[in-house]
Write a protein that binds this ligand. Structure first.
Ligand SMILES: [Fe+2]
Length: 192
């Protein structure tokens, strides 16, 4: 059974217990919804799933802020509650997707965990375009991630590939919506 918006918010709040990171989740949900509306002119978009999955993508931060571990924790938490589609995105938004051997290394089921559906890819891209609650550029966001994770060789080495995937998908999105994503976000306020 799909979560309603209210149920998804209540679930985030129950686990987040007032954590500042929940503002990021709400901001990603708002910006992903805006991008979803723009894409819906040319593609079918499940707006309810898009918003819900964006809101819950970082719920694993209630367990750990490790840059990979929070995705694994979110995957476990939401799988145990039976929210499999949202659980899948918790895992696959990490580094724009994990290969099977990488997933296994971090305790996920040994198969590729990649954002494949349009909604999953939108959330993953938007996560890389929102620093805390503010829209930013891919360049600045990846620089910031690199600096913050300099002591994590696995994560920092994989960031370049994630950046390439994000850039390629953003390029496709901009062709579809006919404007830069940053321009679309300029009128959005950060969720708080
Ligand atoms: Fe995350």
């Amino acid at each position: 059974m799909n979560l309603t918006r209210e149920e998804a918010l209540a679930l985030l709040e129950a686990h987040g217990r007032g954590g500042a990171w929940m503002c990021h989740c709400r901001a990603v949900a708002d910006h992903a919804a805006a991008l979803g509306r723009a894409l819906a002119r040319r593609h079918p978009v499940d707006h309810a799933f898009l918003w819900r999955a964006a809101l819950l993508h970082d719920i694993g931060r209630s367990v750990t802020h490790d840059p990979v571990g929070h995705g694994v924790a979110g995957h476990r938490l939401l799988s145990e509650l039976g929210h499999d589609r949202e659980a899948a995105l918790c895992a696959s938004h990490v580094l724009f997707g994990l290969e099977a051997h990488e997933a296994a290394q971090f305790g996920l089921p040994e198969r590729p965990h990649l954002p494949e559906r349009l909604e999953e890819r939108v959330v993953t891209l938007v996560d890389f375009l929102v620093e805390h609650t503010r829209p930013t550029t891919l360049h600045l966001r990846f620089e910031s991630l690199k600096q913050r994770n300099a002591d994590n060789p696995f994560f920092s080495q994989r960031l370049d590939r994630a950046h390439e995937f994000a850039r390629a998908f953003m390029h496709w999105v901009e062709g579809e919506i006919g404007e830069p994503v940053e321009g679309l976000f300029a009128g959005q306020t950060g969720g708080g």
